[in-house]
Structures are given as structure tokens and as C-alpha cells.
Design a protein around this ligand. Structure first.
Ligand code: C5P
Length: 473
């Protein structure tokens, strides 16, 4: 998949920029030709000499340079001449610029002009990643079809820890392969596997080269040596690249790609209750908090999936990295779900109201002294789970929930058949499950029933996401 592919590698300003050198080396080893593009911030962390030497091609840096333009490094030539554009690391600022469509530097202009797939590998402090501005920018980018790999959770340069570490180069390499495979369908590429094997072997080598007694080289997202010394014109040896000195050992490199088995997959999740209007100020609803559905969306993002979360009104923030559609009624939820198709899998965790008021009033229904209370006529809502299960663009895997107070498993099995979905997550809601922190569920499939212990909803979500990854593998 990577052999002969032309990759535009945009390196923006982050302490993790040194890892881009290793990524460029892995891409070259897999047979790709890489054009490096260094932003102003990126050039503060790695030198132009290093990136140019390792890609073995002229480097692009300046929107206004006549020389670069003459060398075919103008923004339009860069935009047209590559099969994929990879932004690694993608700083918070670069993601904001991309979301806003800014074109005031070479990277921005090339990203705006390209029609090739774009993959971003975010890297920033955990608080910057969790900031609503970044969350909103990521949602905009994901909605536009921008692919994302990472970030990882772990120690950061500032002696803090959290999600925001740039993914390891082998994981980014795997994501590039997955994006190219998605956009250029074809048989699996032995070149990619070979490159990954080589990356793992390189990690082994580099692990051996880490300076003894330097924990930062193994744990923190900082180079063991000054960010990147100029490497001269020759392709540097393995140990010369700072990224390699900081690289994880082989098992971590393998784990980095294995830990994100849903890269390149799109999953739809419904969550929360629906509100069915009676009049402009009143509605029918239920007690769903959205906790379980939101946790599932977050767990799927953590495994690398592109997640569209269609949520009814809840008090929870959108999980980072999801593209969220906020709806009120069942009919709005169905429309948002259908708009998200095609997807690889759908998880219907929303507690959709079964009925709505037949004729919701446009004006507030007045309470009149002595008059009988209004009678509400209810009609059934569309069944989103059943609609998706029988859809012309049916997701490959459809998962529903069954919240029951009686005859849990018999009802869940009947629901599986009636709705036409593949799995039902059955939970007994006679206790404090609705709105609570824990859930005890049974996974009902056509092959049988698995009983899971009582677990925090986040752990139920992780287990379910892992099962979905297995099923889609
Ligand atoms: O029929 P029941 O409401 O018990 O089914 C629960 C499952 O069906 C859940 O997965 C829920 O998200 C889904 N559902 C739906 N649309 C409805 C009703 C339920 O998607 N109108």
C-alpha cells in the first residue's frame, strides 16, 4: 500500500516533532516518497536540514519563496502531487487553523488546496486536547472526513500526564496504510506489514541504544538529547536520530498498532434519552443519563475509530474526538443516524421514547380553571435500531440494548430476532442502573449469551468496544 505512494508530511510545532523524522524514515523504508513541509513552529523543534536529509527530497517551508515555487513546492503543486497529506505532529494551533480553513502559510494553503485524504496525529498538553475549542475543532475536522490517529495517554514533556502524546511512528505508519487502503481499496499490502515489522525491529535496536539511566528517554514525550541536531546530507544511521533514542522497545511498538484496531473504521453511537414535545415548553422523556452510550463512544475513539455520536439531551460533554450531533426527538435522531451512513458498526444505546404526542401544540397549552386536563394521544416513534438493521446501507455490525425489568434474557433474545440486529446488550434496569455509575449486562448474540459481572459503565464500554474491534477485524 505504501510502495510508490507520495506522502506530504507536514511537521508543526510540538516537542514531539522529533518523532516525525522517524516517521519519515519508516515511510521511506516502506517505499513511499516523502516531501517534508516544516511550519514555522515545526522548525523550532526539528531543523530543515534533518527533515530534508531524511526524506532525501527538497523541503517545503515558505509560501512566498520563488525558489521553492520553481522547484515544484508551491502550495498547489504540493496539494496535487501527493496521495495523502499527513500532519504529524498536529499542534492545537495547527488543528485550529485547519478547522478555520486558514491559508496564511504554506501548510495551511496546501491543506486547503488538497483533494487527497488528510491524516492528523495530534500532539499537545492534555488540557489543550480536552479544551472545548480543540474538541470543537476536532469535530469540525472529523466531519469533513479528516482522519485522526491518537493522541496517546501518558507522561508529557511538562512532567504532567494525560491524553495528548503523539502516537508512536509505527502507529502513525499503520494509520497511513489504513487510510490509503480505505481510499484505494485493494488487497492487503505485504509492504506495509514488512514496514511495520521493520519498525518493530528498529524499536528493538533503538531500545538497546537508549542512554542508560535516563528514564525520560523511555517514558516522557521529550527527546533524550537536544531535539534534533543537523544530520548533514547523508541519511542518518539509526542511532543518530533522537527519535530512535527515545523509541519504545519492540513490544511497545507492536502494542501501539495493536492498541488501535479501529483506525479507519467509522462507528455510529446513539446515546441519551429523547425529548418528545407536547408543546413548546413541555415534553415526554425518560431517565437515561447517556453515561453508557457516551462511555461507549469514548472507548471506540480510544481504539482509533471515527465515531459519530448522535445524542439526545444529556448533561454530559461530548467525548473528545467524537463528532456529535445533538438532537431532541426520536425523529431527529433517526435523521441524524441515516445522515451518518455508511458506517462499519452502529451501537444503539439511546433510550429512545417509544411514543410521541400525535399533535404537539405550536403554542403553550393553557391551564384553564375548571377545565378538564388535556388528553394526549400518543403514536409510535420510528424504531431506529430496527430501521438501521434493515437499511439498504446496513452497518456491518448492529448492536442494540435491552433495558428490562422482567424476563431479561428471554426478552433480549426476542428483541434480537424482532429488530434484526446482531447483538443485544441486555441490562436489568430494576435497580439503580438508569443514571447510575455501574451496569451488569449480558451480551446476547446468535451464538449464545455471555454474562458479564457488575462493572463500571466505562469498563462495560471498553469490553464492548474491544468485542466490536474483534468482530470488525
Ligand atoms: O424496544 P426497546 O426500546 O426495548 O429496544 C431497545 C433498543 O432499541 C435500544 O438499543 C434502543 O436504542 C433501540 N431503540 C431505537 N429506537 C426506538 C426504540 C428503541 O433505536 N424507537
Amino acid at each position: 500500500m505504501l510502495n510508490g505512494k507520495r506522502v506530504l508530511l507536514i511537521v508543526s510545532g510540538s516537542v514531539a516533532a522529533f518523532k516525525a523524522l522517524e516517521l519519515a524514515r519508516l515511510l521511506g523504508k516502506a517505499g513511499a516518497s516523502v516531501t517534508g513541509l516544516l511550519t514555522e513552529g515545526g522548525a523550532r523543534f526539528v531543523t530543515p536540514h534533518a527533515l530534508q536529509a531524511i526524506t532525501n527530497r527538497p523541503l517545503a517551508q515558505d509560501l512566498w519563496s520563488l525558489e521553492e515555487e520553481a522547484e515544484g513546492l508551491g502550495h498547489i503543486a504540493l496539494a496535487r502531487g501527493h496521495d495523502i497529506v499527513v500532519v504529524a505532529p498536529a499542534s492545537a494551533d495547527r488543528l485550529a487553523r485547519m478547522a478555520a480553513g486558514m491559508a496564511d502559510d504554506l501548510a495551511g494553503a496546501a491543506l486547503l488546496a488538497t483533494t487527497a485524504p488528510v491524516l492528523v496525529a495530534p500532539a499537545m498538553n492534555w488540557a489543550m486536547w480536552a479544551h472545548p475549542a480543540t474538541v470543537a475543532n476536532m469535530a469540525i475536522l472529523a466531519n469533513r472526513g479528516v482522519h485522526v490517529v491518537g493522541p496517546e495517554d501518558g507522561p508529557m514533556a511538562e512532567a504532567e500526564s494525560g491524553p495528548g502524546r503523539l502516537s508512536e511512528p509505527p502507529a502513525i505508519l499503520a494509520a497511513i496504510g489504513a487510510v490509503l487502503e480505505e481510499t484505494l481499496p485493494g488487497p492487503a499490502d505485504p509492504g506495509l506489514e514488512a514496514a511495520l515489522d521493520a519498525a518493530i525491529a528498529a524499536g528493538e535496536d533503538a531500545g538497546g541504544m537508549a542512554p542508560p539511566g535516563n528514564p525520560a528517554a523511555e517514558d516522557a514525550d521529550v527527546p533524550a538529547a537536544p531535539a534534533a541536531a543537523p544530520l548533514g546530507s547523508a541519511t542518518p544511521a539509526l542511532g543518530d536520530v533522537p527519535a530512535l533514542r527515545a523509541a519504545r522497545p519492540a513490544e511497545n511498538a507492536a502494542a501501539a498498532s495493536a492498541a488501535r484496531p479501529l483506525v479507519g473504521r467509522h462507528v455510529l453511537v446513539t446515546s441519551g434519552p429523547t425529548h418528545e414535545p407536547i408543546d413548546p415548553v413541555r415534553y415526554l422523556a425518560n431517565r437515561s443519563s447517556g453515561r453508557q452510550g457516551h462511555a461507549i463512544a469514548a472507548a471506540l475513539v480510544a481504539l482509533g475509530a471515527r465515531v459519530t455520536l448522535v445524542t439526545g439531551p444529556v448533561a454530559l460533554p461530548d467525548p473528545a474526538g467524537t463528532v456529535a450531533a445533538h438532537v431532541e426527538s426520536a425523529r431527529e435522531m433517526l435523521a441524524a443516524c441515516e445522515a451518518a451512513l455508511p458506517v462499519d458498526a452502529a451501537v444503539c444505546a439511546a433510550a429512545v421514547a417509544d411514543w410521541r404526542v400525535a399533535e404537539a401544540s405550536n403554542g403553550k397549552i393553557k391551564k384553564r380553571e375548571g377545565a378538564a386536563p388535556p388528553e394526549l394521544r400518543l403514536v409510535p416513534n420510528p424504531d431506529i435500531l430496527a430501521t438501521l438493521s434493515h437499511h439498504a446501507r446496513r452497518p456491518g455490525l448492529v448492536v442494540g440494548f435491552a433495558a428490562e425489568t422482567d424476563d431479561l434474557l428471554a426478552n433480549a433474545q426476542a428483541k434480537l430476532a424482532r429488530k434484526g440486529c446482531d447483538w443485544i446488550v441486555a441490562n436489568d434496569v430494576s435497580g439503580d442502573v438508569m443514571g447510575g455509575a455501574e451496569n451488569r449486562v449480558h451480551l446476547v448474540t446468535r451464538d449464545g449469551i455471555e454474562d458479564w459481572p457488575r462493572l463500571p459503565k466505562e469498563e462495560v464500554a471498553r469490553r464492548l468496544a474491544a468485542r466490536i474491534a474483534e468482530a470488525l477485524a
